[in-house]
Design a protein around this ligand. Structure first.
Ligand code: ZN
Length: 108
């Protein structure tokens, strides 16, 4: 989420941290909200934005490492069962990185 929702306290809800770097850009959200972009194109653009952002890469790798040992819950303003939320794309990216990391750690 780029913009943290009012009334949602980190401590009250045991939220570890917020990562605005991992939220979709304002431009991408605007395109989606105005129905100017199909979901497939949204996924492509979001993934590309994440790939080209060093800050996002650092955050994503941090979450991937954490996910190897702990359960990580990604939060957003959309409901969990809404298929049109960047969390689903981010989850795939995180899982890909975590799986690569796990593979590297296997004994030979
Ligand atoms: Zn979302």
């Amino acid at each position: 989420m780029r913009k943290w929702p009012r009334g949602i306290g980190y401590q009250k809800h045991s939220i570890h941290k917020g990562s605005k770097e991992l939220g979709p850009s304002r431009q991408l959200l605007d395109k989606w909200d105005r129905s100017e972009i199909a979901w497939g194109d949204y996924v492509t653009q979001y993934s590309a934005d994440q790939l080209w952002s060093v800050a996002a890469e650092i955050e994503t790798e941090s979450i991937a490492k954490m996910s190897i040992h702990k359960t990580v819950t990604l939060l957003c303003k959309e409901r969990e069962n809404d298929p049109h939320c960047h969390r689903h794309i981010l989850k795939n990216i995180v899982n890909r990185i975590a799986n690569k990391s796990r593979t590297r750690r296997l004994p030979r």
